[in-house]
Design a protein. Structure first.
Lengths: 267, 272
């Protein structure tokens, strides 16, 4: 029995079979990385200055000042929350028909193409760019912010809803269709129960994305807590800025935990 | 009465699932459709209610030609045909009652079904059917809270809620244990007798088919190769449908559990 040779085994390469190509690609990637990093010009004097400013910022963080600008912070916060809630609700309501239309297993081809292009348009434009456009159109303030977030919500929700609808268990839809149900009844009885938990989960997720985005788009003039934050940084009031950041973190964390709880509950 | 004339189905991929299939099912007749996987059994019953579009031939339910219907006409025809599925195909997040009532979707307008306000007669019928299949206490449970056998009973109640003139049954026992399988087959048989309802049962298990149907159609590669009574289904015929195999072993196993004289108590115990 000693004559039996030991059979060794190594995982065969799966993506690129030829070893020359494989190592060639690795070498290219490493060389490119080295060249790219060396082409980045770093001004160490400015890095040093930046660190110093960062340190002041951190100090402001450690002694956040909630009181002296509380009126501005409070009104910014209310504005942001209003923007967030209204844009999420309106956005989700508009996203549902678009999402159904963008699901290939429910919608005929022309409807599908129209809805998919709505989704693509909404998703290809970053919130800040949309906010700049709406601010230019409707002036500074939360209305531009509301429109921006609604627009972004439609693309996000409709795409994910459509994908969820395309993933449903077809057997359940087939069974409902076999009873003689109309298209609306199939949507209501076979599709809706299957996608509802995910729809609720996504809407809550979008709610907290919208809150975060509302603080970003404030910087380009679309109102909300972002505008307050921008003002306080411009005035070098890092202690107020620190307070605002802490509030944003607290609200996002609250949204995160509560949405996790709700998602489990609706399963 | 169901009449299938020269039915053919060729899928877009070029696969020929059915070829020149013809037969007639009289009222009250329970037909077992047997054949190897891929013989076209599923395609055949799905052609009848047009979940799959046939490419040749005609199908008549009573005087209505099912092939060629579309829109509202097709929906009206579908509600006359109850279908029971493999793996139950209940809407899992709906309650048992909603699943049974969904058998009325072809009869009620959208807003009534949307607001779950079905006509009282439909609700009465649903409760009566749940009682018939032994699930009265489970009406408000979610469908995914039930066991396999219970779910299939809900599937049967959903099909009967349609007041069907024909039952199409696709592998009703494929995911059930042997005892529950026999109970489900017996229940289907009893219901078809009670209502003088014709049924086509697409089934893998030859022994079950022989025990619970009055007529067997054998399908092989999309063509009818056998059409006769369960007694005529000899070993030679089985070989012509499925290919060479020692069939005596299968039949011997069957002899062990002839429990058709099961008592009502046992029957209810099996529902749990």
């Amino acid at each position: 029995m000693a004559a039996e040779a030991v059979r060794t085994w190594r995982r065969p390469p799966i993506l690129i079979k030829d070893w020359r190509w494989r190592w060639g690609i690795y070498a290219f990637a490493v060389i490119y990385l080295v060249l790219a990093v060396s082409s980045v010009e770093v001004n160490w004097a400015r890095v040093y200055e930046g660190l110093e400013r960062g340190w002041r910022f951190l100090q402001g963080f450690l002694v956040p000042d909630f009181t002296s600008r509380w009126r501005d912070i409070g009104s910014g916060l209310v504005e942001s929350l209003t923007m967030t809630v209204t844009s999420t609700i309106v956005g989700v309501l508009l996203a549902i028909p678009v999402g159904i239309g963008a699901a290939r297993n429910l919608a005929p081809l022309p409807v599908y193409l129209v809805c998919r292009s709505i989704v693509a348009t909404s998703r290809s434009l970053q919130e800040i760019i949309v906010a700049i456009l709406f601010v230019a159109m409707f002036g500074f303030g939360p209305f531009a912010g509301f429109l921006t977030l609604t627009f972004a919500t439609i693309g996000f929700m409709a795409k994910l809803l459509a994908e969820d609808i395309e993933d449903i268990d077809e057997a359940q839809a087939e069974a409902v269709r076999a009873t003689g149900a109309s298209w609306w009844q199939v949507v209501n009885y076979a599709v809706q129960p299957q996608v509802m938990p995910r729809l609720i989960g996504l809407a809550l997720y979008r709610l907290d994305i919208n809150f975060r985005e509302s603080s970003v788009i404030g910087i380009v003039g679309a109102g909300g807590i972002g505008a307050t934050l921008n003002t306080s940084i411009d005035r070098y009031e890092y202690d107020s800025a620190g307070a605002i950041l802490l509030i944003i973190i607290a609200i996002v964390m609250l949204a995160e935990y509560s949405s996790g709880f709700v998602r489990k509950w609706v399963q | 009465m169901l009449t299938v004339k020269n039915l053919g189905k060729t899928y877009k991929t070029g696969d020929r699932a059915l070829n020149d299939v013809s037969f007639t099912v009289e009222a009250g007749q329970v037909v077992g459709l047997i054949g190897p996987s891929g013989a076209g059994k599923s395609t055949l019953i799905r052609c009848v209610n047009r979940l799959v579009e046939p490419t040749a031939g005609k199908i008549f339910l009573g005087d209505t030609e099912l092939t060629g219907l579309s829109g509202a006409g097709l929906r009206t025809a579908r509600r006359r045909i109850g279908m029971i599925f493999q793996e139950y195909a209940l809407v899992e997040r709906l309650t048992v009652m909603e699943n049974v009532l969904s058998g009325r979707l072809g009869y009620v307008p959208f807003w009534r079904s949307f607001s779950r306000r079905f006509p009282q007669a439909d609700v009465d019928k649903a409760f009566a059917l749940l009682a018939r299949v032994g699930l009265t206490d489970h009406a408000d449970k979610r469908a995914d809270a039930l066991s396999g056998g219970q779910r299939q009973r809900v599937g049967i109640a959903r099909a009967l809620e349609q007041d069907p003139e024909l039952l199409l049954i696709d592998e009703p026992t494929a995911s059930l244990d042997p005892k529950t399988s026999r109970q489900i087959m017996r229940l289907i048989g009893e219901i078809c007798t009670e209502r003088n309802l014709p049924a086509i049962i697409n089934i893998h298990d030859v022994v079950l088919a022989q025990a619970f149907t009055q007529r067997i159609i054998g399908l092989k590669a999309g063509e009818v190769v056998f059409d006769g009574t369960p007694d005529e289904l000899t070993d030679d015929v089985l070989t012509s449908i499925y290919g060479e195999e020692d069939w005596t072993a299968m039949r011997r196993k069957d002899g062990d559990h002839h429990d058709d004289t099961i008592t009502d108590e046992e029957r209810m115990a099996g529902l749990a």
